[in-house]
Ligand binder design. Structure first.
Ligand code: FES
Length: 146
């Protein structure tokens, strides 16, 4: 039996689900948004970078890097469902991959993972990509100096 709070939560997430589905988000994108599998920070991250999008929303990316491989990544997102889903999809694309590979990830790759989000949300995908590229650039700059 669900308690009162669980009933309210499940109603809320069903409402959110329906609202997003109606506005053009795929099931996959909605799942990323509701579950937020890679949302948060990494203690002792090797790189932390932030970016503010043209809409004013903010993303931070945390990378753990070992011998040129991204062993772990997290995003902190103060933004819309499209931004959150894009960031989560980005982590699925780059985890366990090289920095060079991750730098080549583009909007289209993320869109393919998400399957569909509303056209007016494509700049949210760009924010996830730009934040990741900034983090890779800053990581490489810091580590070249050493
Ligand atoms: Fe700002 Fe989506 S509206 S990132």
């Amino acid at each position: 039996m669900m308690n009162q709070e669980e009933i309210i939560n499940s109603q809320t997430s069903a409402d959110v689900h329906n609202m997003l589905a109606d506005s053009g988000y795929s099931e996959k994108a909605i799942g990323y948004y509701l579950e937020k599998p890679y949302m948060g920070t990494i203690p002792e991250a090797d790189q932390i970078s932030q970016m503010v999008g043209s809409c004013g929303d903010t993303m931070g990316v945390y990378l753990k890097v070992k011998q040129g491989i991204i062993t772990d990544a997290r995003y902190e997102v103060l933004g819309c469902p499209g931004a959150i889903a894009s960031a989560m999809a980005a982590v699925d694309l780059i985890k366990g991959k090289s920095l060079e590979y991750a730098r080549e990830i583009d909007d289209n790759d993320i869109f393919k993972v998400l399957e569909h989000i509303p056209a007016k949300k494509h700049h949210c995908i760009q924010l996830a990509v730009k934040t990741l590229r900034k983090a890779i650039d800053e990581y490489e700059m810091t580590n070249m100096k050493q």
